[in-house]
Structures are given as C-alpha cells and as structure tokens.
Design a protein around this ligand. Structure first.
Ligand SMILES: Cc1cc2nc3c(=O)[nH]c(=O)nc-3n(C[C@H](O)[C@H](O)[C@H](O)COP(=O)(O)O)c2cc1C
Length: 157
C-alpha cells in the first residue's frame, strides 16, 4: 500500500508525530506550509480568529500528488475546536484526489472529535483510522502504544 502523510504543524507537535509515523510506515511525507505569518502572540490570536471563522489560508503548492497514493494520512493541530486553516485549505483543494484517508491530530486538551468530524466533512470520506493525542503525550514521548494501535488498525484495512 502506497501511503502519504500530509500534515500541518505550527509549533512542531504534529511534525514530531508525523515523523514517528513515517519511520514506522516507511512512506512519503508532505509538510503543508501556510504562507501567512502565524508566529508569536499576534500569530496565535490571528490564527484563533481565522480558525473560528473557518477561513482557509494560502498554502505553498504541495510537492506530492495525493492521487498517487492508496492512503493519505492527514494530520493537524486542533485550533479553536476545529482544524488549522492550512489543513482546511489542503482538504478543500485535494478532496477529490483521496482514495482513502486516515486522520491524526494533536491538542492541548480538547476538540479531537470535532476536528475529525470537520475533516471527514471536508474530504467527504470516513477515515479508516484516527489518532488523537494531547500535546503533552507527544512532547513527553508517551504515544508509542497509541501510535502502534493506529498503524495496526490502518494496516489491517
Ligand atoms: C490558534 C490555536 C488555537 C488552538 N485551539 C485549541 C483548542 O481549541 N483546544 C485545545 O485543546 N488546544 C488548542 N490549541 C493548542 C494546539 O491544538 C496544540 O498546542 C497542538 O498540539 C499544537 O500542534 P503543533 O505544535 O503541531 O502546531 C490551539 C493552538 C493554536 C495555535
């Protein structure tokens, strides 16, 4: 099965998880790049507003074609109970190119299910697996069991 991990990360948590996933799956990876400056406190507040208003954003043209893959694993941080603007842009742009999808997200403490529900609506497909983690679990490397269960789940389908 040919797999692509496509993720957005503002502060590195989803990136760390995506890299751990890639090392177990030996698959391709695409980091989605938001062209809007979201650094620092101002970037945080702008991002809260953009996410709450469900704005997409301008993203750097991705390098990989999602339609070349049997499965695309999509990862995003939770922003204001929904998904990041960059993931919203990516899903809106590529929704017709996914054969099969799985989702992961990281959060400070809430919004995992609503982020997955949003992703499902935007790509018009139910995920074959999901992995939602708290930022603390990722930072402290307490995610290996949940990651293995997620990988086992998607590989069995
Ligand atoms: C704009 C913004 C909005 C956020 N909203 C929420 C939220 O509604 N609930 C929550 O638990 N965490 C929220 N967070 C925290 C992130 O989901 C969490 O820190 C995540 O792990 C960051 O992932 P990253 O390091 O890959 O960017 C928010 C963070 C940002 C920057």
């Amino acid at each position: 099965m040919k797999i692509l991990i496509a993720f957005y990360s503002r502060t590195g948590t989803c990136r760390k998880l995506a890299e751990a996933m890639r090392s177990q799956l030996s698959c391709d990876m695409e980091e989605i790049v938001d062209l809007k400056d979201r650094k620092g406190a101002i970037g945080f507040f702008v991002s809260c507003k953009d996410a709450a208003l469900k704005h997409a954003t301008e993203i750097k043209p991705p390098q990989k074609q999602p339609s070349d893959y049997d499965l695309v694993i999509l990862g995003t941080p939770v922003w204001t109970g929904t998904i990041s603007c960059a993931m919203r842009a990516y899903l809106t742009q590529f929704k017709d190119m996914f054969k099969s999808v799985a989702f992961f997200c990281t959060t400070r403490d809430s919004g995992i299910q609503s982020a997955f529900d949003n992703m499902q609506v935007l790509c018009g497909k139910a995920p074959i697996g999901t992995l939602g983690l708290k930022q603390k679990e990722v930072v402290k490397n307490l995610f290996s069991e949940k990651l293995s269960a997620f990988i086992k789940d998607i590989e069995s389908k």
